[in-house]
Design a protein around this ligand. Structure first.
Ligand code: EPZ
Length: 423
């Protein structure tokens, strides 16, 4: 288990490129199972979650090869229909193999994904939807067994615009008989990206990016060469780092339209932001203003995956801010860690609301990453603090960031990975 040591006080300056999108790569890697052939994925981030999905693919019988950031997958001979319990417990995105393997083989056995530190994360919307598609589903001792003679398209009414449930229904529907209509579908860019990939591979999908998606089943898909979009949350994370260090940085390969809500909030609290087609310049040269009533929402609202990072930023703002976490039930794990650095935050449990009283300065401390985005947010707090911060259990950050130290140091930060026992 590694740690990250941050020496605060540097003003971030320079230019940095944003990696490919983790949350687009994961469903698309699962989707390659629907094609019995070769898929080329360009701009694929080399992160732990991607490595994990590749491992599952290889367990199923696929062959994977990297050429730089290009991932070449041969799914011709996927023979197994079983996704091991160990795989799913390690990373919940493996649940997307449910729809993909069902679509390919009309049968799948997969373990229930565990919850994680941010919430219970059930999959009832996934299972209730797939059962409606002429699929027999039984749960036996934590394993979900699905099989059918043929998947039939139908109307799916999602209780909530769940990203994963929308993606699993799409994966199940692509090779089904007939038309599947998803009402109250998730509108996240990663759902759009999955649809773009599948359409390039021969699927028939319309309505991507809206809350009504229609999939007309086809007989088969074909080989594809696809380039992943940049990661909107990594872009937002690095913008937050510039905000707390009074920096001046140009980010390249930024999915500008996808981060409008992040830009709007950083602009409102005092950052100066200028955008181009796929680059963005952000400057912060004075103490930031507070932000009242920040609420996380499904896309295009403010993303829950940026909530912890904004909490770090607002901890140093000049006044009182509030953040309501409306998506996950326990995503305020960073509060106690930030308080070790001198932040003044009160959580109103009943409303899942954090009230942040901005302080002049944070002090470096030894803190712990509870989850991927929380860990990145603690690195941001360390950059904005005085002195040295050690983020322990930082391996979780590598799940979504190719090399957060490399990127931040390239724009003037002073960070490094170190062994766990450094104190
Ligand atoms: C995706 O998770 C992302 N992960 C998450 O990013 C992101 O936070 C989340 O969408 C929301 O935007 C990937 O794309 C790999 P949901 P997902 O289904 O699909 C509840 C990160 O840091 N729910 O939209 O699991 C659920 O408990 C990660 O990159 C049910 O109740 O999110 C949650 O409260 C963290 N039943 C809410 O819906 C279900 O069947 C949103 O979940 C499914 C979900």
């Amino acid at each position: 288990m590694s740690s990250i040591k941050i020496t605060g006080g540097s003003e971030l300056k320079g230019e940095v490129r944003i990696q490919g999108s983790k949350n687009a790569a994961l469903p698309i890697i699962a989707a390659t199972v629907l094609n019995q052939g070769i898929t080329i994925l360009r701009n694929c981030p080399k992160i732990l979650d991607v490595f994990h999905m590749i491992k599952v693919l290889e367990e199923l019988g696929s062959v994977a090869k990297w050429e730089g950031n290009t991932l070449i997958l041969d799914t011709t001979s996927v023979s197994s229909t079983k996704v091991s319990e160990d795989s799913v417990q390690k990373m919940r995105s493996s649940i997307l193999f449910l729809g993909a393997l069902l679509g390919r083989n009309r049968e799948v056995s997969i373990a229930y994904p565990g919850g994680c530190s941010i919430g219970k994360r059930p999959i009832d919307y996934h299972l209730n939807s797939i059962k409606r598609m002429n699929v027999n589903l039984l749960e036996d001792n934590g394993i979900i067994h699905c099989h059918t003679d043929k998947i039939l398209g139908t109307d799916i009414f999602l209780q909530y615009p769940s990203v994963g449930a929308t993606q699993n229904v799409i994966l199940t529907a692509v090779l089904a008989e007939g038309v599947t209509r998803i009402y109250n579908a998730a509108r996240e860019p990663e759902v759009v990206e999955l649809c773009n990939f599948l359409v390039e591979a021969g699927a028939r999908i319309c309505g991507k990016g809206t809350s009504f998606i229609e999939i007309e089943g086809v007989k088969s898909l074909h080989d594809t060469d696809f380039k992943l979009s940049p990661d909107r949350i990594v872009a937002g994370t690095y913008m937050a780092a510039v905000a707390v260090t009074k920096g001046d940085v140009v980010l390249h390969d930024v999915p500008i339209q996808q981060i409008e809500s992040i830009i709007r909030i950083l602009d409102k609290i005092g950052c100066s932001i200028r955008t181009g087609d796929d680059y963005l310049r952000i400057r912060s040269y004075k103490r930031l203003l507070p932000y009242e009533n920040l609420r996380t929402r499904p896309y295009p609202g403010f993303p829950t995956d940026m909530q912890s990072q904004l909490m770090s930023v607002l901890s140093l703002a000049d006044g009182k801010s509030t953040i309501e976490e409306k998506i996950f039930e326990s995503r305020f794990q960073n509060v106690d860690e930030l308080k070790k650095m001198g932040a003044k935050i009160v959580v109103e449990e009943s409303e899942n609301k954090a009230v942040i009283f901005g302080v002049e300065r944070l002090e470096g401390a030894v803190v712990k990453a509870h989850d991927l985005r929380g860990g990145a947010a603690l690195v941001i707090a360390g950059l904005g603090a005085v002195g040295t911060t050690i983020v322990k259990e930082a391996t979780s950050i590598e799940r979504g960031y190719e090399d957060i130290c490399r990127d931040l140091n390239s724009i003037g930060a002073n960070t490094r990975y170190c062994s766990e026992n450094i104190l």
